[in-house]
Each structure stands twice: as structure tokens, then as C-alpha cells.
Design a protein around this ligand. Structure first.
Ligand code: ZN
Length: 295
């Protein structure tokens, strides 16, 4: 009797462990993994390419128009080129360098040299770095020009895909981060906000402008989840369901910062980081949003 009791206890423990493992597996798999491939399903695609501690976001409209927001660090060129080419894309209709820091325009020279390019948008500010000079040289060599972007500009990426530029709103800032071009993309009833590395000052300017509608379903959290961006007031105005943080694991800045993650959690926002998920693909049919990991 005693023996069988021990046996059933052991059995019980075993089931408990299996159940626990099952639950762990389920939570780890809560975001579906898919293979990266060209799709012809008429969806808007937003790819947060995993370039580690830097930003690079590739957008493809339902009719095949394309936009790249930022181009990672200097050594991310091949990663970004390979990723975009696996989607069978060889032309970038719009290339946006949100601001002249290396982790945003690092490989932009490689991108400009490699692809057929439409328009290049950057804020009206210069940086005295080799990285920035390399970008300008690539633009010049290709016979292109940089369009200075600022808050209030708008254009269509494609029919039904609208781009509103919400920042920068001043012509002089102490921190280069505040020059970040902030883009709101709207497709049908779904919307996405890309904030570069905009900090509190820029967020306050956007909040003050009554012509801006900051609300969005998905927020690309500013500055890799640093506490310098995404104030309570800004998050409350955006009121996103989902947030993506482009960040490298074990980065020296400690990004994403605990305060930012706590704030996002307080607002009930579902957060996805590239450090945890690798490449993140968000698709929209104009009504519904789907989030996947792609390899
Ligand atoms: Zn950055």
C-alpha cells in the first residue's frame, strides 16, 4: 500500500512536470514562426529586421510599393540587403534615415548603392562623422537628392497607404535624437507609429500640435526602449495595442529600460522585442493585424 502511494505520488509529480513544460512551451510559442518569403496576398507588411542594437524597418504596401526606415549599423548592410532580396524586392520607393546616428544610417550607403532608389528622406541636420559623409557620398554618386522631412508633411506610399510625418517640429535641438523623423502610417483602420529615437522634447511638440492624431495600433518604441523616450503622456495619446522594441540582447545601454517596460505593461501593451524574437513581421489587411516571427 505504502509502495503504491509513493508510486502514485511520483506519477503525479511526473504529470505536473509535463504540464509545466507544456505551459512553458505554449508561452514560448505564443508568436508563430514563419519562413521569410515573397507574399502575394495583398497585405501590408512591416518587417522589423533583427539588426541587433539598431533600427531597420522594411515596409511593403499591398501593391508592392516599398519603404525602408533606417538601415542598422555600419556592418548590417548585407543582412538588410539579403533580407529584402529574399522578398524579391529590388527597388526601394522611399528610404528614410530618421536621424544621423550610426545605429540608424550605418548601412544606408550600402543600401543606396545596391537598390534602385526613389526618394530619400532625412531631417535637416548634419553630423560630422564618416558614417554620415558616406551616406551623402552614396546619394551623390547615384545622382539622387535628400528631401528634408519635417512634421506636417504627408504623402501616399501607395493607394490607401498614407504616410504622415509628425516630427521633427523644430529646427534646432541639443540632442540629435530629437531630430528623428517620426512617421505615422495608416492603412484602412490600422495604423503604425515609427518614432526613431525621439525623446521627451519631440514627444511634447507632437502632443501640443492639435493637427496630429497620434493614436496607433502599433508603436515602434522610441530609442530602443530607453527611458529617455515614451513618456506617459505620449503613450497615453498613442494608446497602442502592440509595441515593438528594436534592441540587441545584452547591449551596453541596458535597453530596454525597466521604466519603459513597466509603463508599457501598465498600459496593457503587448510588447515584442527583436532581441527575444529575431525578425518580427506585422501584417495588416486594413482591418486586422497579425504578428509573426520570421526566419
Ligand atoms: Zn538608435
Amino acid at each position: 500500500m505504502q509502495h503504491s502511494n509513493v508510486g502514485s505520488k511520483k506519477l503525479c509529480n511526473k504529470y505536473f512536470i509535463i504540464l509545466l513544460l507544456g505551459l512553458l512551451l505554449l508561452s514560448a510559442c505564443s508568436i508563430e514562426i514563419d519562413t521569410l518569403q515573397p507574399a502575394d496576398d495583398g497585405l501590408l507588411e512591416i518587417h522589423f529586421i533583427d539588426t541587433g542594437q539598431s533600427d531597420s524597418i522594411f515596409i511593403k504596401s499591398p501593391d508592392g510599393k516599398s519603404m525602408l526606415i533606417d538601415a542598422g549599423n555600419n556592418d548590417d548592410g548585407q543582412t538588410i540587403i539579403d533580407y529584402i532580396e529574399r522578398l524579391n524586392v529590388h527597388r526601394l520607393d522611399f528610404v528614410v534615415g530618421t536621424h544621423p546616428h550610426e545605429d540608424h544610417i550605418g548601412a544606408m550607403d550600402d543600401i543606396i548603392e545596391h537598390f534602385d532608389i526613389g526618394k530619400i528622406l532625412m531631417p535637416k541636420v548634419t553630423a560630422n562623422t564618416k558614417t554620415f559623409k558616406d551616406v551623402l557620398l552614396a546619394v551623390k554618386d547615384k545622382g539622387l537628392k535628400v528631401t528634408s522631412a519635417r512634421g506636417g508633411m504627408e504623402f501616399s506610399l501607395d493607394e490607401g497607404v498614407n504616410i504622415d510625418i509628425l516630427a521633427p517640429n523644430s529646427s534646432s535641438y541639443e540632442s540629435l535624437n530629437n531630430y528623428s523623423i517620426v512617421i505615422k502610417l495608416t492603412y484602412g483602420n490600422t495604423s503604425f507609429l515609427f518614432t526613431g529615437d525621439a525623446e521627451k522634447i519631440s514627444e511634447e511638440e507632437m502632443l501640443k500640435n492639435e493637427n496630429y492624431n497620434l493614436s496607433a495600433d502599433v508603436l515602434k518604441v522610441a530609442h530602443h526602449g530607453s527611458s529617455s523616450g515614451t513618456t506617459k503622456e505620449f503613450l497615453s495619446a498613442v494608446s497602442p495595442k502592440y509595441a515593438v522594441i528594436c534592441v540587441g540582447s545584452d547591449n551596453t545601454y541596458g535597453h530596454p529600460h525597466k521604466e519603459t517596460l513597466e509603463l508599457l505593461s501598465d498600459y496593457g501593451v503587448q510588447v515584442y522585442t527583436t532581441a527575444d524574437n529575431g525578425n518580427i513581421l506585422i501584417t495588416s489587411d486594413g482591418q486586422n493585424i497579425e504578428i509573426k516571427r520570421v526566419k
